[in-house]
Design a protein around this ligand. Structure first.
Ligand code: ADP
Ligand code: ZN
Ligand code: ZN
Length: 712
């Protein structure tokens, strides 16, 4: 007597939100069992989600049999399956897609025999993780400061989730490590997940975690999970976490979906960082899933940041009398320890500078002084390449990309024009392609040009040892090669670099000890961006960047560290708050604006994006979807009785701000509601309608829903 088994598989995108496919098998299989099943002509990996008898099936139903059961691998547990099903529902994807994307790719390719061999190998000590990089910090456990001790106590004694609001260098990482230690001491199977935004930041944390925890629990107990690992390494980490052997998992956003049968603690470091949001497939927020998973697993959750997301800040706002208790418990650590004071903020009013000034005189003088004193300087500009636009002075031609609504960037290093969106690259023309004139000029500057200009402006400048000043650059171009970033960072740490020019890559996390000064050259764009989150991002970036300065207290005693900002809007409230290092004031002002405008966190949003060869076609699909949505709303009980702005609003389709990429036109449509529940209910009913609409809009190449989008 065969049974019917429901299996999650990665189904083709056009099949909609199917929940599971059905197969038959001679016996029942536990929930979460990994199996190989036939799908069309191929065989694929799947996860068992239900078993029932075949009696209920209509007469003559033909089920294909399960091809193989992955023996030797414990089933994924019910909580993992629930997490996947929640994520799929919430982010409007099929559970099969989410489940399979959460499993290591190598697992999909192995048959049962190969898998058995792998499993054998992970059990032997020879499979130890590659040696972790050497830590710069010492492994001795420092005595906790009063603030740290209080934070630690509170986190141990209350259920959370916690928002650990601590300045850069306030010792948040130390608190995380103590919480991990305490947990592993108490419970000898418990697992802790430590998440960081980017791989970029893992080597330092990895080293620190190894130094601290490996002597006690063994280096086998610590694994990493991020996209920089080889498929074999990823499989090994995953298997180790799934088996419970790994007790400490360090990872980027993908780690939130790992199988962690004994998960008891989740730390989300730099919780405000946009890279916690997945940008393709199921566009999940690993931070938000961490909070959900914490509840599911009864695990403690700590979100940490010096500049929390406004969502988390709002959710941790202490209750006013009679109000609901806050969703997160806020734990503050305002003081920087072992480090100097936070940097002094200096604003240079660019209105008072000669036109076209790149480096103001005062800024250059300050840089010179720092270098002469043997300190390092970080120069921040969020634009890579040499110049963002090349143009013809006689006819006005500009270096537009043929395939995108963007300019191609001039890279002097290899004399190319490169599109940063589609990659289209050509040699720089000697003459204008339109009129043949040789008078080509540049508009604006990128990091490559800055590096060159600084070398000229500071020629003759020497360090205390009499050597010439050394200038380096770190951005996506300089770090394209595997290992390049690590090598460049090591040079900065070793003091081989005096002035480091770079994009936001240099602002995050790095513990540069000798930086006395950070300069943001041109931050104004974010003040007036069409993306309402731009100011929040800028504030976080500048606070983070400033946090790189003055990390060595001894340095600080000679002259306080500084954060310089060149701006045309020196009185802007954002810079006023920055000057005081006053995140709460900044947050309050931003939240007030958001509340008045009914924007997140006071409303929930979703975006539908569509792509087609023609902008009209993309918009036509979205506007048809909107019409169908309006009809759906008028049928939803009670919706008609809601006042304006209380229900759900479907906005008209508009071109995306980067309208065309690689010859594909892009459009989007915003859906907003003060009620997250209503938005969810609506999306769930609307999604199948969109699927069927698509078949009538054949020119649409792709479409996708983005729930809680991070950029508009
Ligand atoms: P954050 O994560 O908040 O930026 P860290 O935990 O990295 O801060 O701490 C900043 C620096 O202070 C690190 O070099 C760390 O080793 C050191 N540190 C942290 N806690 C203590 C402490 N209690 N006593 C002495 N030094 C500490
Ligand atoms: Zn021309
Ligand atoms: Zn392009």
């Amino acid at each position: 007597m065969a049974v019917l088994i429901s299996v999650l598989v990665q189904t083709p995108a056009h099949s909609g939100l199917v929940s599971a496919l059905h197969y038959e098998h001679p016996r029942e299989l536990p929930l979460g069992t990994l199996v190989r099943v036939p799908l069309g002509q191929r065989e694929t990996l799947g996860v068992v989600v239900a078993t029932q008898d075949t009696d209920s099936l209509p007469e003559g139903t033909h089920l294909r049999p399960i091809a193989a059961v992955l023996e030797g691998l414990a089933p994924l547990n019910a909580r993992w399956v629930e997490l996947i099903e929640f994520a799929a529902r919430y982010y409007q994807r099929s559970p099969g897609e989410v489940a399979l994307s959460a499993l290591p790719p190598a697992l999909r390719e192995l048959n049962s025999t190969q898998l058995a061999r792998r499993l054998q190998r992970t059990k032997t000590p020879a499979a130890a993780q590659p040696q972790a990089p050497k830590a710069q910090t010492s492994a001795v456990r420092p005595e906790l400061t009063d603030e740290q001790a209080q934070a630690f106590e509170q986190i141990q004694s209350e259920p959370g989730p916690f928002l650990l609001f601590g300045s850069t260098g306030s010792g948040k990482t130390e608190v995380y490590l103590r919480c991990v230690e305490a947990l592993l001491e108490q419970d000898d199977s418990a697992q802790a997940l430590l998440m960081v935004p980017e791989i970029n930041l893992t080597p330092q944390l990895e080293a620190r975690v190894h130094e601290r925890l490996a002597p006690r629990w063994g280096s086998q107990a610590i694994v990493s999970m991020h996209s920089g690992l080889t498929p074999a390494q990823r499989l090994r980490s995953w298997l180790s976490a799934h088996s419970g052997q790994a007790r400490i998992i360090l990872g980027t956003r993908m780690a939130i979906l790992a199988s962690l049968p004994h998960l008891k603690l989740i730390v989300v470091d730099e919780e405000h960082d946009p890279s916690y949001k997945q940008q393709e497939g199921a566009r999940y927020s690993a931070r938000d899933l961490a909070v959900y998973r914490g509840r599911l697993e009864q695990a403690r959750v700590i979100l940490g940041s010096a500049t929390p997301s406004l969502e988390s800040w709002q959710h941790s706002e202490p209750a006013t009398s009679g109000g609901k208790p806050p969703r997160y418990r806020r734990v503050a650590m305002p003081s920087r320890i072992g480090l100097g004071a936070l940097p002094q903020v200096r604003r240079v009013d660019m209105n008072l500078q000669p036109r076209q000034t790149v480096f103001s005189g005062v800024l250059l003088d300050a840089m010179r002084e720092r270098v002469r004193a043997g300190e390092q300087v970080l120069v921040l500009l969020n634009r890579r390449g040499y110049s963002p636009v090349l143009h013809c002075r006689s006819c006005g031609w500009k270096s537009e990309c043929a395939h995108c609504s963007a300019f191609r960037v001039f890279h002097k290093i290899d004399r190319t024009l490169r599109c940063h969106h589609c990659g289209l690259t050509d040699r720089v023309p000697r003459h204008c392609p339109d009129c043949g004139d040789a008078d080509l000029g540049m508009l604006g500057r990128g990091t490559e040009m800055l590096e060159e200009q600084l070398a000229e402006l500071l020629s003759g400048l020497t360090r205390p040892d009499g050597q010439a000043v050394r200038i380096a650059r770190i951005d996506a171009d300089s770090t394209r090669l595997q290992g390049a970033l690590e090598q460049q960072l090591a040079q900065v740490h070793a003091g081989d670099v005096d002035i480091l020019v770079g994009t936001q890559m240099i602002a995050k996390g790095h513990d540069f000890r000798r930086v006395g000064m950070v300069a943001a050259l041109d931050p104004d764009g974010a003040l007036f961006s069409s993306d309402f989150r731009a100011p929040e991002r800028l504030f976080a970036l500048l606070m983070q960047a400033g946090g790189r300065a003055g990390r060595d207290a001894a340095l600080n005693r000679q002259s306080p560290s500084e954060l310089w900002v060149q701006t045309f809007h020196p009185q802007h409230p954002l810079f006023e708050a920055l000057r005081e290092h006053d995140y709460p004031a900044f947050a309050q002002q931003q939240l007030k604006e958001r509340e008045q405008a009914g924007m997140p966190p006071f409303s929930a949003q979703a975006l539908v994006r569509a792509e087609a060869r023609q902008q009209e076609a993309a918009q036509a699909f979205l506007n048809a979807a909107r019409e169908a949505g309006e009809a759906l709303l008028s049928d939803m009980p009670g919706h008609a009785d809601l006042g304006p702005g209380e229900g759900l609003t479907l906005f008209a389709a508009v071109p995306m701000s980067l309208q065309r990429v690689a010859s594909v036109e892009r459009a989007q449509m915003l859906i907003e509601s003060p009620s997250r529940l209503l938005l969810q209910r609506f999306l769930t009913q609307w999604h199948p309608i969109l699927h069927s609409l698509r078949s009538r809009h054949r020119s649409v190449i792709r479409w996708a829903v983005d729930v809680d989008p991070q950029s508009i």
